[in-house]
Design a protein around this ligand. Structure first.
Ligand code: SAH
Ligand code: F3S
Length: 439
């Protein structure tokens, strides 16, 4: 009899990738995935610590599991991910219903921890072990594969506001041969698009057969894999946008024209306090160079408002930068002080000021996003179909520019088709297949 595992994933794409790998590791031990906690023998929360709200959500979700655990005391509850790493033992103290706590670098130890839990033993593992966790996880079973996949290549980064260096450990890159093998395996199983993941993915410098590979080199080698049609990578740091990577955007057709390149602020004073090590001007020049290599590049970014010490003038500098770049997509957040980070020691901006700035900034970003979408109407894009849409006969997929596109078609998940965009909605586009069938 197989046991049932429910995983809830919070936070970034790296957690999505990790959840899949944990499901595979547990699958080898007879656990099959289920989509509700009510059905599960084990519930695993793969958590995010990036902002206070995200971290606190885990405790409210654990609170909601209490009646379930009371009714079924043999239900096992695990906390994985970045809250697990940051708070470790504290989670067991605050939430006695938890059976195991496992940090992001220890997932290969999860099956053993699950066995301990089944035997009534609580375990906490928040080590940063020497071995590569990915090497100790089993190969991906076919059933888990969709046309698009994430592939983690690098972890770790250094900004003054961010908890990730504390939750994911020092900056490390996986050896190139392992990544190439994982990518080939995914493609053999039907994956057509791979998104390379890293907190600072363009700082990738994995050991290769002929010295360290850069991300540019990795992209070029991946582009030679037959059957792999699209390559993306996220998240990049402006300081690590090397010339060979920029050049690859002009030369490798499989490298998609969408770049998430967070700047966080447009004020040099704040950038310095954030430990970003570049100015607003340098960022703007960098984008010029990227657009020279790939004129249709869709730019995306992240912004933090209300960083300690941010004045009105600093905020206006951020607004000016946004106007200069003209983003196709962007994410923005109110600064959240994270325990242990250098920025958390400084006096915060009053909450009402930060709230107002966030609204102003989001209004501008939304307007830019709408305009970028509207500009797609009348254009032809390629769409990788992923799943049925909401309406009958409809499929939904992503364009080269990462817009969700709805099309009435008999294309299958994994097919790529040329689509003429006919309409735009708040968060997606609609279009019609041009010339022939999708392949
Ligand atoms: N590096 C990961 C996740 C970064 S967090 C990735 O690959 O996506 C995503 C964004 O959250 C950051 O770019 C930043 O804009 C925001 N962020 C990080 N720490 C924050 C904090 N303490 N308060 C508010 N926003 C934060
Ligand atoms: Fe959150 Fe950890 Fe990702 S803190 S954003 S889950 S790296």
């Amino acid at each position: 009899m197989s046991k049932k595992l429910y995983i809830k994933t919070y936070g970034c794409q790296m957690n999505v990738y990790d959840s899949e790998r944990m499901a595979e590791a547990m699958g080898a031990d007879g656990y099959v995935l289920t989509d509700t906690a009510e059905n599960a023998d084990m519930v695993l929360l793969n958590t995010c610590h990036i902002r206070e709200k995200a971290a606190e959500k885990v405790y409210s979700d654990l609170g909601r599991l209490k009646p379930l655990k009371a009714a079924r005391p043999d239900l096992k509850i695990g906390v994985a991910g970045c809250v697990a790493q940051a708070e470790g033992q504290e989670i067991l103290r605050r939430m006695p219903l938890v059976d195991l706590v496992v940090g992001p670098q220890s997932y290969h130890r999860l099956p053993a921890m699950a066995k301990a839990a089944e035997a009534g033993q609580k375990t906490v593992d928040t080590d940063f072990p020497q071995e590569d966790k990915f090497d100790h996880l089993p190969d991906r079973p076919k059933a888990a594969i969709r046309p698009t996949a994430f592939l983690t290549v690098q972890e770790g980064c250094v900004c003054a506001f961010c908890v990730v260096p504390y939750t994911r450990g020092a900056e490390v890159s996986r050896p190139s041969a392992r990544i190439m093998a994982e990518a080939r395996g995914l493609v053999e199983k039907g994956v057509r698009e791979i998104t390379l993941l890293g907190q600072n993915v363009n700082a990738y410098h994995g050991a290769g057969p002929d010295g360290d590979w850069t991300l540019g080199r990795l992209v070029r080698e991946l582009a030679r894999i037959d059957g792999l049609e699209r390559i993306r990578y996220t998240t990049s740091h402006p300081n690590d946008m090397a010339d060979d990577l920029i050049a690859a955007h002009g030369e490798e057709a499989k490298l998609m024209p969408y770049l998430h390149l967070p700047v966080q602020s447009g004020s040099d004073r704040i950038l310095k306090a954030m430990n970003r090590k570049h100015t607003a001007e340098q960022y703007l020049r960098l984008i010029e160079r990227i657009r020279a290599a790939r004129p249709d590049m869709m730019m995306s970014g992240d912004f933090i408002v209300g960083f300690p010490g941010e004045t009105d003038a600093d905020f206006q500098a951020t607004m000016d930068l946004i106007r200069s770049v003209d983003y196709g997509m962007a994410y923005s957040f109110k600064y959240s002080a994270r325990p242990g980070t250098p920025a958390a020691e400084k006096a915060p901006v009053p909450a009402d000021v930060a709230d107002e700035r966030l609204q102003t900034l989001q209004a501008l970003l939304t307007e830019q996003q709408r305009r970028a979408q509207a500009a797609m109407v009348g254009r032809e894009v390629s769409v990788l179909f992923e799943k049925p849409g909401r309406l009958p006969g409809q499929m939904v997929g992503k364009s080269d520019y990462l817009h969700a596109v709805h099309v009435v078609t008999d294309a299958k998940p994994g097919d790529i088709g040329r689509v003429a965009i006919t309409a735009t909605a708040p968060n997606s586009l609609a279009g019609a297949l041009v010339a022939g069938n999708a392949t």
